[in-house]
Design a protein around this ligand. Structure first.
Ligand SMILES: Cc1cc2nc3c(=O)[nH]c(=O)nc-3n(C[C@H](O)[C@H](O)[C@H](O)COP(=O)(O)OP(=O)(O)OC[C@H]3O[C@@H](n4cnc5c(N)ncnc54)[C@H](O)[C@@H]3O)c2cc1C
Ligand code: SF4
Length: 551
């Protein structure tokens, strides 16, 4: 009901059927010539790049946003099928290494307009105020050059635009959601029951899934394919929220365009545009400024590939900071077997969460914490969970037949930023002849302790709910960092206004800039940062400072 009442209050929502409007906007899209010097080129149309493009198009800037992947049409391109969704993922070659290599692909990043949010689960929690000063509070991680109060109004704005549904939120900075929580399925009910019995608080939400119709978008049909790209358009992603509005305000979205280099003027050091591959040919787009928003692996890679005579080690890398402090969250998942049928697939995977263990507990030997959420794997992912226990053959088949009796929870552990966890360029090249990214990752002792504690908490909840058997798989999720925000150029790649140190006209506006990650899913924070960055760019342009070098 809320959604119906508010459908005309968000003026940037399109009033008629979303699919027809999206097609019409794409057909009528403004197109710039590559020789036009546009105000801004954005590299990547995901969480950060999508919001930045929309905000600056609304501010009257001439913006071209290039994305390496397709301009998805949910009706035509997506299927409600795990195997059939493979094309949504970034499957270009990448190398992994370190003591604890992080598998890349489906679970980490997407390609195409909408970015990784096309196949993200849909959880949209805020970071806690403590996340912005973990070094001061807990002696680990890093302090951001901005604090929670700087982002708070942008969190509220993005929550209204997606929109986010959920119960009142007691953790971090307590806040409420304008849209009521969704009804809960067997998996969510199991979590709520087990948490209550174990003395742990859990709440429904927060999810960026419209509860009821919202503007031009239909309601959720609870079929559970959120991680395969929501064909229904009930789950928010920039593809259906901010990109259509960007088009309506004159931005150009150029899909299938892989940016190979940020171009700079060797005399002035200023950014002059980008070069990119489209259908096997290389083009250039001139621009007064460039914002890189290509995800935590591809953003540092592109800045490394853009080395010039002034910056022989890569743009923003004068102090050997580029690619460092890349983080993943430890994301163990625990399944519990129940005599009654649970049918965890019959709902969006994101339903219920707890942030009870988010903050540092002074009685424990480790710092920081973890969150717990429902995850609800579909059958292929369920098979991965079972085979990870070493089950094969007839035993594996028996577990697969038993699928409807299992409930599954996942944790997000706040793994700490470490300088040695970084992206560099490998000797291997991709189909464009560009060196691919090498991502080296090793856990520290604090990370390992958090993973164990998170596992124990999930097993306790499921057993308290009546599980007769539990099994846990250790995994990772959500890459952030690699071009982090810092007060001093010696400590990071961008300043508090997302300006790359030492390169006038260059910005990074995606998850790469995060100095810490909390144990919240990152997309809402990335979008809020992008909305704030847009305001800072507009204010800087008015003062004439936006494109000047920052040192
Ligand atoms: C399976 C899965 C589940 C997730 N679930 C959640 C969740 O529930 N909640 C949450 O908050 N987060 C979730 N995430 C994470 C979230 O989606 C990402 O953190 C977020 O989208 C990252 O935003 P970004 O702007 O940094 O990059 P992205 O959104 O990934 O956008 C980057 C874009 O840049 C493009 N690109 C890259 N390199 C180039 C280049 N050289 N030239 C042109 N374009 C380029 C890519 O094609 C891509 O479209 C999930 C992610 C995955 C994969
Ligand atoms: S469960 Fe709802 S949000 Fe998820 S894919 Fe289905 S309709 Fe979309």
């Amino acid at each position: 009901m809320n959604a119906v009442r508010e459908r005309n209050e968000s003026s940037w929502l399109l009033p008629d059927d979303g699919r027809r409007t999206n097609h019409r906007l794409r057909d009528a899209m403004r197109r710039f010539d590559t020789d036009d010097e546009v105000d801004l080129v954005v590299v990547g149309a995901g969480a950060g790049g999508g919001v930045l493009t929309q905000r600056l198009a609304r501010a009257g800037w001439r913006v071209v946003c290039l994305d390496a992947g397709p301009f998805w049409d949910p009706d035509r391109d997506w299927v409600s099928d795990e195997r059939g969704s493979h094309g949504l993922y970034w499957t270009e070659p990448r190398q992994i290494g370190g003591d604890d290599p992080v598998p890349l692909g489906s679970n980490n990043s997407g390609r195409g307009v909408g970015g990784s949010m096309v196949h993200y689960a849909g959880y949209t929690p805020r970071f806690h105020p403590s996340d912005f000063e973990t070094f001061t509070r807990d002696g680990v991680g890093a302090d951001w050059p901005i604090d929670y109060a700087d982002l708070k109004p942008y969190y509220a704005a993005i929550e209204a635009e997606l929109p986010v549904s959920g119960q009142d939120w007691p953790w971090g900075d307590p806040h409420v959601y304008r849209y009521a929580p969704h009804p809960v399925s067997g998996n969510g009910l199991t979590f709520l029951k087990g948490a209550r019995a174990a003395g742990i608080e859990a709440r429904v939400g927060p999810v960026a899934i419209a509860n009821g119709r919202f503007g031009n978008r239909p309601h959720c049909i609870y079929r559970g394919f959120c991680l395969q790209g929501c064909k229904v358009n009930a789950k928010a992603s920039p593809l259906i929220t901010h990109i259509p509005d960007a088009l309506a305000h004159g931005a150009e979205i150029r899909p299938d365009s892989h940016v190979s280099r940020v171009l700079t003027d060797q005399h002035t050091g200023r950014v002059t545009g980008v070069s990119y591959f489209f259908e096997g040919r290389e083009f250039r787009q001139r621009a007064r400024a460039v914002a890189v928003a290509g995800y935590s692996i591809e953003t540092p890679r592109l800045l490394l590939l853009s080395a010039d005579s002034r910056h022989p080690d890569g743009l923003g890398n004068d102090f050997d900071q580029l690619g460092r402090y890349l983080m993943v969250q430890g994301a163990p998942q625990t399944a519990g077997r129940f005599d009654a049928e649970v049918r965890m697939y019959k709902a969006p995977p994101p339903e219920v969460s707890s942030e009870q263990f988010y903050e540092t507990d002074p009685t424990k030997p480790y710092k920081r914490g973890w969150s717990i959420q429902t995850v609800s794997p579909l059958p292929i992912t369920w098979a991965e969970h079972v085979t990870a226990q070493g089950h094969w053959g007839s035993v594996l088949r028996e577990y697969m037949r038993d699928y409807v009796h299992w409930a599954t929870l996942g944790s997000l552990c706040e793994f700490l930023p470490q300088a040695r966890n970084r992206v560099t360029l490998a000797a291997e090249i991709d189909r464009h002849g560009l060196p691919v990214a090498h991502f080296s990752y090793s856990k520290c002792d604090n990370d390992k302790a958090l993973m164990t504690a998170a596992r124990e908490s999930m097993e306790a909840i499921l057993r308290a709910a009546g599980a007769t058997e539990v099994m846990t798989i250790e995994r990772y999720a959500h890459l952030v960092g690699g071009a982090r925000m810092a007060a001093r150029r010696e400590d990071g790649v961008v300043d508090a206004d997302h300006r790359v140190f030492g390169v006038p006209g260059l910005f990074v506006v995606d998850g790469s800039v995060l100095p810490t990650q909390g144990s919240a899913n990152p997309a809402l924070t990335i979008m809020a940062l992008a909305a704030r960055a847009a305001d800072r760019l507009v204010a800087g342009a008015r003062s004439g400072l936006a494109h000047e070098a920052v040192s």
